[in-house]
Design a protein around this ligand. Structure first.
Ligand code: PEP
Length: 253
């Protein structure tokens, strides 16, 4: 059975006080909500990871994630944080390949592939992001694009490794824009990704892998998106910064 996941991507937002207050409110509110096996993941800035991990530790369904990790494991890479370091600090998850990293930091498939390997070798669970630009979709190249991102960044893994990954489909044109993919567009791509997983890993492994939707997902559209069989939850940016909205999204899982 694959996990249903609401993952918050706080990006470079919130002061430390605000981050602690938000994590505290989530823990407090989620005390009275039966999450069953559903997972909540908070991807915080590196600087806040340990503090937030401490705040959420009483709830076994909440985890913290780094928003990235280095392609290197240690050494003279000023400003970088490695998967080894994250694991040593008790962090359990990491996002790899977010479109903002691909765009603003020119992260390419080869580097992402190495990051994924480093993360898994260091016992981190991976949320691997893929997503097309609007121009790809307009030219009907979006399926090829996603297939390429998965084959080059993720599908080198074997079955024992891929089950420690979730995939986040995040159309770049929907991230932070207020324009959400329609439930039909999201469902179409999620079922395409599931098909690719089945072809590469077989049905039973493919059915263990959560595929999350990201891109202007909010408390109003989450329930409809998550009702699709191949949409196992969301990677949420803006709406995860407000406790009320994010809790409603969690309740929509
Ligand atoms: C994201 O950046 O992963 C994201 C989905 O952002 P937003 O929800 O703000 O579109």
């Amino acid at each position: 059975m694959r996990n249903r996941i609401a993952a918050a991507n706080w990006k470079m937002n919130l002061t430390l006080d605000q981050a602690c207050a938000l994590a505290g409110t989530l823990v407090e509110t989620l005390k009275s909500i039966d999450l069953g096996g559903k997972q909540v993941i908070l991807a915080t800035p590196y600087l806040y990871l340990s503090t937030v991990a401490d705040i959420i530790k009483s709830n076994k369904n909440i985890f913290v994630a780094a928003q990235d990790c280095s392609e290197h494991l240690s050494g003279a890479y000023t400003g970088e944080v490695s998967a080894t370091m994250l694991y040593s600090a008790g962090i359990t998850h990491v996002i790899i390949g977010h479109s903002e990293r691909r765009t603003y930091h020119q992260e390419k498939d080869e580097a992402l592939k190495t990051k994924v390997e480093n993360a898994l070798t260091n016992n981190l669970k991976v949320i691997f992001c893929c997503g097309e630009q609007l121009s790809h979709r307009e030219q009907m190249k979006h399926f090829n694009l996603i297939e390429g991102q998965l084959w080059h960044g993720l599908f080198h893994l074997d079955e024992t490794q891929i089950i420690n990954c979730a995939i986040a489909y995040e159309p770049v044109w929907a991230i932070g824009t207020g324009v959400t993919a329609s439930p039909a567009q999201a469902a179409e791509m999620h079922s395409f990704i599931r098909k690719l997983l089945i072809e590469k890993y077989g049905e039973s492994t493919a059915n263990e892998i959560s595929i999350l939707y990201g891109g202007s997902c909010n408390e109003k559209n989450a329930a409809e998106l998550f009702s699709n069989t191949d949409i196992d939850g969301g990677l949420i940016g803006g709406a995860s910064l407000k406790a009320d909205s994010f809790i409603k999204i969690i309740q929509s899982l």
